[in-house]
Design a protein around this ligand. Structure first.
Ligand code: GLU
Length: 397
């Protein structure tokens, strides 16, 4: 009966599988189970001291009130400097909108641009919420599949083929969540040639993992000449500064899009949290070398995970160049029995590992690939070793 009152928009989407799995892990932990949670993309570090100090100072100095809808001017000025310093992107403060996390930045953009049945091209594997948010806007996600052999990257031909006269937007992340692949300058340059021919298409470039790159250097697609007016650059504090709960995301966008994001935000949340915004000023003023210790630690963990995965039969491994996830193909395990239980797909494998190994992962189906599993290594080395030892053990029987 209740269903009748829920909007069809809502019924069209599902719960976030990343958050659902992590919620499940939290519940089981509360009940006393020794769960290792490798489901969530959440760094285990404390935010750097200088950022914490800035937040405390903001409280003492009385930053308790609404901020401008698009964020404090001082913060937007720092974001402009950061975009220029780290990405070679030129934005003015009127092109910057600060939001309550990257997710709000994305939904602001989608609500600004999409009408029912507009098409949004998304390379798969994709981050879980791109797909669902596009559906929430009653638009159509158009998926370009990729393969592990091609490092989960699309090529210009695939892109060209996916474009129709209904295409409005292209969304991707580099470094990628969930695969960790990073587009090189040359690879982006090739895609840019296609976008230049279709100047009506807007590109939403999610660069939240920009600093977490191990071998390939991060490039912002907005740096290519003639493309800047088509690109929205998305970033935030969650991953680089280990500030997931502070909820600060931001975009640099063509002014007409920034204005529409501001309009939506003004009607929905007024502004992002004032204290977190003051802390963000200090975070973004700092040079990226201030967080280098975290990147080095992630790299060590990635290598550890790759070594440990090699010992697990049925986990097909590749080397991710960035972010803090591995995304092994596990389809070899399908149809086989473990601990007396037959595994048919990645949903079942993820559930099996939660129950039998007490390790929380996310099924690849959340990311548009039901042959894989996403495992986050944003956890301590001890936890990672314990988790992979348990996974190996559970799949032995
Ligand atoms: N972005 C992180 C992840 O993919 C956080 C969870 C979420 O917002 O989905 O795990």
């Amino acid at each position: 009966m209740k269903n009748r009152f829920l909007s069809s928009r809502l019924q069209n989407i599902s719960y976030s599988q990343t958050l659902a799995m992590s919620g499940k892990a939290r519940e089981l932990k509360k009940k006393g189970y020794d769960i290792i949670n490798l489901s969530l993309g959440e760094p285990n570090f404390l935010p750097p001291d200088f950022i914490l100090e800035a937040a405390k100072k903001a409280i003492d100095e009385g930053y308790h009130y609404y901020t401008p809808v698009s964020g404090y001017l001082e913060l937007r000025e720092i974001i402009c400097k950061k975009f220029l310093r780290d990405n070679g992107l030129k934005y003015s403060t009127s092109q910057i909108i600060v939001s309550t996390g990257g997710k709000q930045s994305i939904i602001n953009v989608l609500l600004s641009l999409l009408n029912r049945d507009d098409e949004v091209i998304i390379p798969a594997p994709y981050w879980v919420s791109y797909y669902q948010m596009v559906k929430l806007c009653e638009a159509s996600p158009i998926i370009i599949p990729t393969t592990m052999e091609k490092n989960f990257k699309i090529n210009p031909k695939q892109l060209e083929k996916a474009i129709t006269n209904k295409t409005k937007l292209f969304i991707f992340s580099t470094p990628s969540n969930p695969t960790g692949s990073v587009y090189s300058y040359e690879e982006l340059e090739n895609l840019v040639e296609v976008f230049k021919k279709h100047s009506e298409i807007i590109i939403l470039s999610d660069e939240i993992y920009e600093h977490i790159c191990y071998s390939v250097k991060h490039t912002s697609i907005g740096v290519f000449p003639d493309l800047h007016h088509q690109v929205i650059t998305l970033n935030g504090l969650s991953k680089a500064f280990s500030m997931t709960g502070w909820r600060i995301g931001y975009v640099g966008a063509p002014e007409w899009i920034a204005k529409s994001c501001e309009k939506i935000q003004g009607q929905t949340t007024s502004c992002a949290n004032s204290i977190a915004q003051r802390a963000a000023i200090s975070a973004l003023q700092a040079l990226p070398n201030k967080i280098e210790y975290m990147i080095q630690e992630f790299k060590k963990r990635r290598n550890l995970v790759l070594d440990m995965m090699k010992e697990i039969p049925g986990f097909q491994v590749y080397q991710p160049d960035g972010a803090f996830y591995v995304f092994p193909n596990v389809s070899e395990l399908f149809g086989k029995k473990f601990n007396g239980e037959k595994i048919h797909n990645s949903d079942e494998l993820s559930e099996f590992l939660l129950v039998k190994a007490q390790v929380a992962t996310v099924s690849g189906s959340a990311f548009g690939d039901n042959e894989s599993l996403r495992i986050s290594y944003a956890s301590t080395e001890d936890q990672i070793i314990k988790a992979f030892t348990r996974i190996k053990q559970a799949l032995k029987k």
